[in-house]
Ligand binder design. Structure first.
Ligand code: SIN
Length: 287
């Protein structure tokens, strides 16, 4: 029997977990939770109350903590960032407001992202997820055969340049983003179809936020295929909506899902603490 209660959230992915306090769980419970995250790929653990230090302790159970390029962390906690939009910030763009897998342009992108809800708007401010394994499986066999060997280029440099679709007057000031990072300002090739070892499934690995083009092709040549894939991945039947509750601790697996923050709560403050754990070089499925 699991050391917590678990129920599925979406038809193909996502689960809600109750009945566990991650601050006091023992090693077998932590291992069961890790296995549930790998299997369901998006897991919300309800009713947690974590200081930045406690969130880091929990996150380390999933892998070594990752510090993020471009984003200013909390004072005294280089591995924690505040995802914040203040009530007086209207018509500004928020952090992560278009589809992406976190920092996919790094040589070894982060595996798990962890968000803890501290202050929520009374309505709106949800986070959407797209199941990239099920989206891959739904493609025709001819399309899958064509995509399997392809590589795509990712870059951090393009963040916010093509995708500021949700704001007219710059970005929310709560997340301070710098420019100029030698490790992130390059284009890096990764397989378009990535192997998700915990489930043995294949997942599409591209996003309109960070993918610049197919390897060995121009951006213009790449656009029709990539636009098709972005539309396909975001079809409602592959998505899941996280409606935040106070105390939620949400973990997702960037190897197998894309996500976006819905920026529809102007006039209200929203604050979450975010950590990132584990790194993995994306690999194609073994043949
Ligand atoms: C992100 O980490 O991309 C932001 C998610 C959110 O604010 O809901």
């Amino acid at each position: 029997m699991e050391p917590f209660d678990i129920r599925p959230l979406g038809s193909s992915f996502g689960a809600e977990i109750t009945g566990i306090d991650v601050r006091t769980m023992d090693d077998p419970a932590a291992a069961a939770l890790h296995a549930a995250i790998d299997a369901h790929r998006v897991v919300v653990i309800r009713g947690q109350s974590l200081s930045p230090e406690a969130q880091k302790r929990f996150s380390r159970r999933l892998g070594p903590l990752v510090t993020l390029p471009y984003v200013k962390p909390l004072d005294g906690h280089p591995e924690v960032i505040a995802v914040l939009k203040e009530a007086d910030e209207v018509k500004v763009s928020t952090f992560g407001s278009w589809w992406h897998a976190d920092f996919s342009y790094l040589e070894e992108p982060p595996v798990y992202s962890i968000l803890h809800a501290l202050e929520l708007p009374p309505k709106g401010g949800d986070t959407l997820f797209a199941d990239l394994c099920t989206a891959y499986d739904a493609l025709s066999s001819g399309m899958r055969r064509m995509l399997d060997p392809l590589q795509v280029m990712h870059s951090g440099f393009v963040y916010g340049t093509r995708t500021a679709v949700d704001g007219e007057r710059g970005r929310a000031r709560g997340v301070v983003i710098s420019r100029g990072n030698a490790d992130a300002d390059v284009e890096r090739a990764h397989p378009l179809v990535r192997f998700h070892a915990p489930t043995g499934r294949k997942a599409l690995f591209a996003s309109p936020t960070y993918t610049t083009r197919l390897a060995d092709m121009t951006a213009e040549e790449s656009r029709p295929l990539l636009e098709f894939l972005y539309g396909h991945m975001a079809r409602p039947e592959y998505t899941l909506r996280q409606r935040w509750q106070p105390g939620d601790l949400l973990v997702w697996d960037n190897r197998a899902v894309n996500h976006l923050a819905v920026n529809d709560y102007d006039g209200y403050r929203r604050l979450l603490h975010r950590t990132t754990a584990g790194r993995e070089r994306p690999a194609a499925a073994p043949t």
